[in-house]
Write a protein that binds this ligand. Structure first.
Ligand code: ADP
Ligand code: F6P
Length: 483
């Protein structure tokens, strides 16, 4: 009798696990992590044959406690890679979010730090050791994002030493990839590229990011490029653009839940005489929140006749609070919101409702549903899934998407949105005005374009990852649809 073939396991590796651990009353509880990566992969972690390796958000020194936490994560297919607090801080805050993130998002003035770079290398090694020892021949490894750019090469060499040579490695970047002259500003730019080039498949969200990456490789390294493949150091990787979609049904089903319906009803009553403009962003300088508020203030000043008729509800989800730039931004936003509300509020209402905390899925869905405009002002953004979530919740309301032309989503959702350059406060203001005064007919036509995109570019992650025809050779990603 032929031996039953072992089912391959999909090994997802990302810096942050989809669940973050918190110690509550002596036991460990997990809560959903926020951000585009978790949304893009939602659903997949509960599939069978998936194991997700990552940092659980806290360090636990005590071996007994670690066991309890490990068990809690394993129940949800998670494998925690525990890191010494100082090392985790240096890898995550100092290098990944203090150096790599700003370069990937075209921020100048980044200063390189050797200690942070060492920590980055060390954490990538620790991840490679942890995954290499657990992976079995035939498993697929799928790595995510800029925290782990060195990881693929480290993993490849460890797997080779262990004789596990049949484990394809895929990599997906969830941020932009910048132009070559910008990327070169990073002293370790080639080392990072070499790390990624050890993969079988490398995925970007847009053609522009893919082109930039290829350009950086061909200028910096001795690579051979043929069609969609790039060969370096004896390894051939396929490079592709993959659109990240959401699961719109999660939202449409969610909207049928009585608690969400109640929340929609309540909010509709509160805002019945207002045009609601919604912003949902992590509190991050790449989201252009200062520019959003300034542009909105111009709107209030230039269109006094509409002043009492609009409200901006801005959800700013706390993010990376140990990084200096994020702390400064938080203060700046508090001041700006206070200033605008101070100047423009009346006894009948305030122009900005500022929610600086994480909101529940019920509240988020209800806000998407009742809003008339979704305003996205990112100065750079890998994709931006909020745009798609807003569209999924609108249906016959035909809400207007006002979308920065510098967000990855604009490459796909530009038709149907009002696009603008977010560095110009005047353009932000004019775009809000246009959206607030559009006829229902115009809104309907625009909305239908967006809806088609959101409902077409959707796939069950598990299906996409497990049934792609050439999976034997390549790891194919996500909710992503190959173009
Ligand atoms: P980024 O990846 O930069 O955070 P995106 O717009 O692509 O930006 O993704 C943000 C994601 O975070 C969205 O899917 C949004 O629904 C999700 N989100 C927002 N608030 C919360 C929350 N409180 N908990 C979990 N996820 C959240
Ligand atoms: O979009 C880029 C990204 O790093 C995602 O990978 C992640 O989901 C999100 O930002 C939030 O980041 P963090 O893990 O730092 O909270």
């Amino acid at each position: 009798m032929p031996q039953k073939e072992k089912k391959r396991t999909l090994i997802i590796v990302s810096n942050r696990l989809p669940l973050s651990l918190k110690k509550i009353d002596g036991s460990y509880e997990s809560s959903l992590s926020s951000g585009g990566l978790v949304t893009a992969l939602s659903g997949i972690s509960s599939s069978t044959n998936v194991r997700w390796f990552g940092w659980p958000g806290i360090n636990i020194e005590d071996p007994e406690e670690r066991k309890i936490a490990t068990k809690a994560l394993a129940e949800k297919n998670g494998v925690g890679i525990f890191l010494d607090e100082k090392l985790a801080h240096s890898h995550y805050n100092d290098f990944s979010n203090g150096i790599a993130w700003p370069i990937l998002h075209y921020q100048s003035g980044v200063s390189f730090d050797e200690d942070a770079w060492k920590a980055y290398q060390r954490v990538n090694e620790i991840f490679a050791d942890a995954v290499a020892s657990e992976v079995q021949n035939g498993d697929l490894v799928w790595v995510h994002d800029y925290h782990l750019l060195l990881f693929p090469a480290y993993l490849r060499s460890r797997l080779k030493e262990l004789g596990k040579t049949n484990c394809p490695i895929g990599f997906t970047l969830h941020t932009p990839f910048p132009a070559e002259d910008f990327w070169r500003a990073l002293p370790v730019h080639n080392e990072l590229l070499e790390g990624v080039l050890a993969c079988d498949l490398i995925g970007f969200h847009t053609d522009e990011y893919k082109r930039n990456f290829i350009e950086c490789c061909s200028r910096g390294l001795d690579v051979k490029i043929e069609g969609g493949d790039i060969e370096y150091n004896g390894n051939k990787a396929h490079i592709g653009t993959f659109i990240v979609g959401i699961d719109p049904q999660k939202f449409t089903d969610g909207l049928l839940n009585p608690p969400v319906q109640q929340r929609v009803k309540d909010l509709e009553e509160v805002y019945k005489s207002k045009v609601v403009i919604l912003g949902v962003d992590r509190l991050d300088y790449t989201k252009g929140l200062v520019q959003k508020l300034q542009g909105y203030e111009y709107f209030l000043q230039q269109h006094p006749e509409l002043k009492q008729k609009v409200v901006l509800i801005q959800v700013a989800i706390p993010s990376r609070e140990d990084v200096k730039e994020y702390q400064e931004l938080e203060k700046e936003l508090n001041t700006l919101v206070g200033k605008i509300n101070g100047e423009h509020s009346t006894p009948y209402g305030t122009p900005i409702v500022y929610i600086h905390r994480s909101v529940s899925f019920t509240d988020l869905s209800a806000l998407y549903r009742i809003s008339d405009i979704c305003l996205i002002t990112s100065s750079r953004d890998g994709m931006n899934l909020v745009a798609a979530e807003f569209v999924a919740c609108q249906k016959d309301r035909y809400g207007v998407l006002v979308l920065s032309e510098l967000a990855g989503a604009a490459a796909f959702m530009g038709t149907g949105s009002i696009t603008f350059n977010p560095s110009s406060g005047q353009q932000v203001c004019d775009s809000i005005y246009k959206a607030a005064t559009m006829s229902r007919e115009e809104k309907k036509t625009s909305y239908e374009n967006l809806e088609e995109f959101v409902t077409t570019n959707t796939r069950s992650l598990a299906n996409a990852a497990f049934t792609y025809p050439s999976l034997q050779k390549r790891v194919i990603s996500t909710t992503m649809t190959s173009r």
